[in-house]
Design a protein around this ligand. Sequence first.
Ligand SMILES: Nc1ncnc2c1ncn2[C@@H]1O[C@H](COP(=O)(O)OP(=O)(O)O)[C@@H](O)[C@H]1O
Ligand SMILES: [Mg+2]
Length: 397
Amino acid sequence: MNPITNPFAPGAGTRPPELAGRDELRETVRVATERVRRGFSSQSVLMIGLRGVGKTVLLDAMRDSAEGAGIHTIRLESPEDRSLPALLAPELRVALLRLSSDQRAKEFAFRALRGLAGFAKALKVKYGDIEVGFDFDPEPGLADNGDLEHDLQALFETIGVAAQKAETALVLFIDELQYVCETELASLIIALHRVAQRNLPVMVVGAGLPQLRGRMGKAKSYAERLFDFPEIGPLAEQAARFAITKPAVDQGVLIDEKALIRILQETHGYPYFLQEWGKQAWDTATSSPITLTDVEAASKVAVATLDQSFFRVRFDRLTPAERKYLRAMAELGPGPHRSGDIASALNRNVTGLAPTRSQLIAKGMIWSPSHGDTAFTVPLFDEFMRRIMPGVSWLDQ
Ligand SMILES: Nc1ncnc2c1ncn2[C@@H]1O[C@H](COP(=O)(O)OP(=O)(O)O)[C@@H](O)[C@H]1O
Ligand SMILES: [Mg+2]
């Protein structure tokens, strides 16, 4: 088929041609943001799921809807190496400048900007990476203690008041939240708790890997109550079918039932894989309908492409010891696996492997579904590990 009109879109954060199967969750978040805007209580939302299930594109879609409804938003992605205050400060500044164009909110947004100036100045020493333009001088005593926990709370309150005056809300869309360190997470939770207590219209819609839930609870035990943690998984069968057929049919291309079933089997309904298989099946087929034979040929290309992209970028970031650990896990199957079993596969003891396991969790490669259990955060990663480190020689490396 003509590659120019190929609708499928594999890629991290790449908007899919059809955002299938997520309407209910989008509606839940829409209701939550509207409630917050009106001063009703509502939980912040943290979407939890493995790599490639569609968290980032959902965040973007939710943000677009919120903006369309007149809600103010900011969008952050936490990298592994920058502090939360450094990410937040410039985005909050832009949001406040926008809010200040509303006459009802103007004075309050200016006050929040003074708070932001104090916040950044006071925390500059601790977080050397804070860089933000100052529109006003700080107001002494406002968010300028130099203590993140206290200052973020004060800052969120002033922002909340400004948003309330403009009859809007400020929603913070934060991706990859599992990379935020525990003390910064705790400060964020405390600040959100404070604005929630005062019914101020500030909330977070976030996304992260499965370890995020535990990290939140560890940072502040009441986080479990303050947040809703919807789990984002592979698409259910009908939605997975639709994710493939709808974009194809929109371009006048049909797909045989057997071909479709094969795609569903190969991808297990994981959104990233659906996009990859859709794309390769389209490029392989020479005419409509796409057949089982087309999909069989496309599968090889899809696997090879994923090995070079989706899986590879993660593998490249690993040390030899980390690779070996993951390879041992892969030997045991998709998982989750007991730490003891992984250690046995490596002829080591659990304690000696603990640092490697912790690094892998910090890098977002694995997580612990329950005490002593270890699972991959990337779907089908066990199969990839067996392809990239075949045979048994990895054990001696
Ligand atoms: N609901 C969906 N239906 C179809 N494709 C989707 C859906 N959600 C995500 N995708 C596709 O899956 C891939 C991964 O999405 P992304 O948001 O980056 O996942 P995550 O952030 O969870 O790793 C992208 O190519 C995207 O187009
Ligand atoms: Mg993502």
